[in-house]
Design a protein around this ligand. Structure first.
Ligand code: MRU
Length: 372
């Protein structure tokens, strides 16, 4: 275990990594519940351990849990494939369905998890009748690695498209954590901030602490310091006053699910920021890859919002802050209506003032998916 400040973190931050080959391979997760105090890596070899890590937010952020979930399928199937007597991988079908169900139900709002698991399922269905169980696992591992590599490239392109939207000089407010810890690359909203800074834009980032689990304070502040981007931490409730005092020229956040009409689910508190930005005439940007779009949902009222345990609010980080039995409302996400969003930044381009037609037009453009 390392006791970090931002300088003692590894040069390249990652939340999820596959280590080893098919036989001995496993997932390595940087335990984000321990940051910024301790740098602890979890060695994950079992799907139930992975499920717990996802539920407890040891690995978190929409793209990162998708990547972890994809590798989780491989973790579950390899030992069964080794023991299988069958000649084709279709014998693993029941085990596959079990793994899928355990993972997909671990966090319901971020659609990237379902997206990655469906992509793995498609791969399984395409090959299970003609590959042996072990060959199938090798093919699935290849697919999971491809999802991981692809996300790195998606982040790079989002950062390129988002950086020019950042002010030449001034304050940019962000919420939750959307960086390397939350993705397979430099991040989405946070990637845009880093890229803008690297291109010489004199931005001052304000990171809202993000109650109740403090992803902004614990993770975003750490990541931005690590990337040498000027960052000031503030209480979530300071956002209105900062905007009123002219300190904020733009807001940029990530997304957990974007509906066909552009309505966007993201960390609880995002919606209030969008309302505040509108009131103060400040642009409000969402940055996300195509894997965060869920075109099967017409609008945000249909998004399943995860409700988390009451003790996250009553006893943050184990410290009792309220009567022990007071009823609590703890939705992990909220929905920002498309009408409050100035633009959605994707790897394929920028959707200005998103509408159903504009979302459909950009998402139809499959040709721009990165080949990795
Ligand atoms: O509950 P979390 O920490 O997983 O929530 C994360 C967010 O809301 C992020 O903004 C979102 O997943 C985008 S990450 C690129």
């Amino acid at each position: 275990m390392t006791k970090p400040d931002s300088a003692s973190l590894p040069a390249t931050l990652y939340g999820v990594r596959w280590e080893g080959g098919l036989d001995d391979g496993h997932l390595v997760l940087l335990d984000q519940t321990r940051l910024p105090k301790d740098v602890v890596y979890l060695q994950v070899r079992d799907i139930e351990v992975l499920r717990t890590a996802i539920c407890d937010l040891a690995v978190r952020g929409a793209p990162a849990i998708g990547i972890a979930g994809a590798f989780g399928i491989v973790l579950h199937l390899v030992p069964l494939a080794k023991a299988a007597k069958a000649t084709t991988a279709s014998a693993l079908d029941t085990a596959y369905a079990h793994a899928h169900e355990r993972l997909v139900s671990s966090r319901p709002t971020a659609v990237n998890l379902r997206w990655a698991l469906e992509r793995m399922r498609d791969c399984f269905d395409r090959h299970s009748s003609h590959l042996t169980p072990l060959e199938m696992c090798a093919r699935l591992l290849m697919e999971a690695k491809r999802i991981h590599r692809e996300d790195l490239e998606l982040c790079r392109r989002i950062a390129e498209n988002g950086a020019p939207l950042m002010p030449q000089g001034g304050g940019v407010y962000t919420h939750c954590n959307t960086g390397a810890l939350a993705t397979g690359g430099v991040g989405t909203a946070l990637g845009c901030l880093v890229e803008a800074h690297n291109r010489g834009r004199k931005i001052q980032v304000f990171s809202g602490e993000t109650r109740p689990l403090l992803q902004g304070a614990r993770l975003t502040a750490l990541e931005l310091q690590h990337a040498k981007v000027p960052v000031t931490l503030c209480c979530d409730s300071a956002a209105a006053s900062l905007m009123a005092r002219g300190k904020i020229q733009a807001v940029i956040v990530g997304a957990d699910r974007i509906c066909a009409n552009g309505d966007t689910a993201n960390k609880i508190g995002t919606y209030s920021l969008a309302v505040l930005a509108k009131h103060h005439g400040i642009p409000f940007y969402v940055a996300a890859p195509y894997s965060t779009f869920d075109l099967s949902l017409a609008d945000g009222s249909l998004i399943h919002i995860e409700e988390r345990h009451a003790d996250e609010v009553r006893r943050p980080h184990g410290v009792q802050m309220s009567p022990i039995d007071v009823p609590v409302s703890n939705p992990a996400f909220d929905v920002t209506p498309a009408a409050l969003i100035t633009a959605i930044v994707t790897e394929r381009g920028v959707i200005d003032h998103p509408t159903r037609e504009r979302v459909a037009a950009l998402m139809r453009d499959q040709a721009s998916e990165p080949a990795v």
